[in-house]
Write a protein that binds this ligand. Structure first.
Ligand SMILES: Cc1ncc(COP(=O)(O)O)c(C=O)c1O
Length: 339
């Protein structure tokens, strides 16, 4: 998914003269953005330097090496917040040493919205003039936000449903920890400027066990082998469709299932039947509880804890819960009731 975003972002930087061919693009990442940026750099003749999370695996290291990207990987660390802090600090050091490097800031620079416009065109072509509901995991917020913005330009009553993990500041679930594995790619422990809260009509929060059931069912029922954020999005999409059958529901599948073979698919016997799962409806983040909740967000602004302020740590590009595989690493102070 991130390839369309990174590629259009790099193209835009070149077209506007912000960078020149051969320059070095830099960002911190734990996963698919690093690969996407490396592909985009390779395609557009740029150098790519990644400050990688401790969770960057052998497959990704190999892909980056083939593409000529350089990777600095953080020391093994089970605390994702510490891992993130170290990456943020390292980015600052690198920028001091190499002021000519361009820092991509995928969580904060809205050039990452650009690439999804073509995807939105295609969705519109394939679905026609029906009322659409778009469902997708929210990490940086660029994919769901860009699709909704573009599709709403045609004015067909597009609804946007964001999918979140527990323990994320983005929509105020930081006070509820998921005791299991973090769902890679969605949520955050710091504010991201690229999330435009006012675009979302509804938010679903799903725990690992529910997302696992979704991923397993998606493979069995639809032959789609996708990751945990997709499994979570699929459950939310099923629920939205069942409760408003007049609408066409489109959901985003960000990554494939390969990196979840052991942690998710090998545990398929533990998966609940998706028919037996349903969200609890809540009216404020303070009421959130595991394993699945749904709330009308009604295009409300960001909760206080998710407001990105210029110059704060939040303006530093990095991801938090985006790193998968560590138990209960994202915790935080209780979120005030309401929003
Ligand atoms: C697996 C996965 N799902 C969902 C997302 C969320 O996408 P976005 O950053 O566009 O909100 C990401 C982003 O990195 C991801 O890696």
């Amino acid at each position: 998914m991130k390839v369309v975003s990174a590629s259009a972002a790099v193209r835009h930087l070149l077209d506007t003269g912000a960078v020149r061919p051969g320059d070095t693009l830099l960002d911190s990442s734990s996963g698919i953005y690093a690969y996407a940026l490396a592909l985009a750099c390779h395609r557009h003749g740029m150098r790519c330097h990644i400050v990688g999370s401790t969770t960057v695996d052998h497959t990704l290291r190999t892909q980056l090496a083939v593409l000529g990207a350089t990777l600095e990987q953080m020391e093994p660390c089970s605390d994702l917040k510490l891992d993130q802090k170290r990456r943020v600090a390292r980015i600052q050091e690198i920028l001091t040493e190499h002021p000519d490097y361009h820092w991509m800031r995928q969580y904060h620079d809205d050039i990452h919205y650009l690439g999804y416009r073509d995807v939105a065109e295609r969705v519109r072509q394939e679905t026609g003039d029906v009322p659409l509901t778009v469902v997708g995991g929210v990490g940086s917020g660029a994919s769901t936000g860009a699709l909704a913005r573009r599709l709403r330009e045609d004015g067909h009553g597009v609804e946007l449903v964001g999918v979140q993990p527990y323990g994320s500041v983005t929509f105020g679930s930081e006070h509820v920890a998921d005791p299991d594995i973090i769902i890679a790619g969605i949520g955050s422990s710091i504010p991201f400027a690229n999330v435009d809260h006012g675009l979302y009509d509804t938010v679903h929060w799903l725990a690992f066990e529910a997302a696992l059931a979704g991923s397993v069912d998606l493979l069995r029922r639809h032959a789609v082998f996708a990751g945990l954020s997709t499994g979570a999005g699929y459950l939310a999409a099923r629920w939205e469709r069942e409760h408003d059958p007049a609408r066409t529901v489109v959901f985003l599948a960000a990554d494939t299932g390969h990196r979840y073979v052991d942690t998710v698919f090998a545990r398929h016997r533990e998966a609940a039947r998706v028919e037996d799962l349903a969200p609890r409806t809540v009216s404020a983040p303070a009421e959130l509880a595991l394993p699945w909740c749904r709330m009308s967000w009604d295009r409300a602004p960001a909760p206080a804890s998710a407001v990105a302020s210029a110059g704060s740590e939040a303006s530093v590009g990095s991801e938090a819960s985006v790193a998968g595989g560590v138990r209960g690493a994202v915790t935080g102070p209780p979120h005030p009731a309401g929003r």
